[in-house]
Design a protein around this ligand. Structure first.
Ligand SMILES: O=C(CO)COP(=O)(O)O
Length: 252
């Protein structure tokens, strides 16, 4: 079902004490405030069980930042869908541009990961988005189309409904440069229409599409107010409770 979501991708930040502190702060915030969106976090995988123990009532969704394309076995360093399921994780981010850039991840890998996640009842947050070069040369719509089709269009209608998509233009990640609300809206509408063409409008209207890339307390509200933007995947500004809570309030 299409819902409003603010998700924090902590990336490779925070030691265990700092992570625990931020998890506590978020829980306190959730207990004391009514939020008009779901609140999810993706801490480093080392801390996922700690988050699950703390959020006893599933107040906050707990996501891995990545997940293996293999089911089990000799894959040193990897975490499987089955393992995430066994700790009752909510889901996993899949295909983040940093995984693509530094770890050679492709949309074919993403396709396998998304399927494995869905098979275990995990929510995949599938990330796509163009580079600066691709945008400058006017290829952004085509790039996002190819990414979306390769990674997701082998899914059934029932499966794709459960996927959350995060459009994250690479040039806006960690750079302080945000896509304008209009630029983001254009791509979000594009993604939704691709899904509508393949699966029908009813299905497309059920899918949450998040924007990621330098979302801050100052710009969250305007971004979230766009028709096809259902929330944000937040990096740097998810690391401080004050900033993250103000972004959540972008939905108030
Ligand atoms: O990559 C991101 C979230 O996954 C966005 O990061 P920033 O919010 O730091 O730009």
């Amino acid at each position: 079902m299409r819902k409003n979501i603010v998700a924090g991708n902590w990336k490779m930040n925070k030691n265990v004490i700092e992570a625990q502190q931020l998890m506590f702060q978020l829980l306190e915030y959730k207990k004391n405030n009514t939020t008009n969106c779901e609140v999810w976090i993706a801490p480093p995988s080392l801390y996922l069980m700690m988050a699950k123990d703390l959020y006893e009532q599933d107040e906050i969704g707990v996501f891995a930042q990545d997940m293996s394309e293999h089911e089990s076995g000799a894959y040193t360093g990897e975490i499987s869908a089955d393992m995430l399921d066994s700790i009752d994780a909510t889901g996993a981010i899949i295909g983040h541009s940093e995984r693509r850039q530094y770890h050679g991840e492709t949309d074919s890998h993403c396709n396998r990961k998304v399927k494995l996640a869905l098979d275990k009842g995990l929510i995949p947050i599938y990330c796509n988005g163009e580079t600066l070069e691709q945008r400058k040369s006017g290829q952004h719509l085509e790039v996002v189309k190819n990414q979306t089709e390769t990674a997701l269009f082998t899914l059934t209608a029932e499966e794709i409904k459960k996927v959350v998509i995060a459009y994250e233009p690479v040039w806006a990640i960690g750079t302080g440069e945000t896509a304008s609300p209009e630029q983001a809206q254009e791509i979000h509408a594009h993604i939704r229409s691709l899904i509508a063409n393949k699966y029908g409008k009813e299905i497309a209207d059920e899918i949450s599409i998040l924007y990621g890339g330098s979302v801050k307390p100052e710009n969250a509200q305007e971004i979230f107010s766009q028709t096809d933007i259902d929330g944000g995947l937040i990096g740097g500004a998810a690391l401080k409770i004050d900033d993250f809570s103000k972004i959540i309030e972008g939905f108030n």
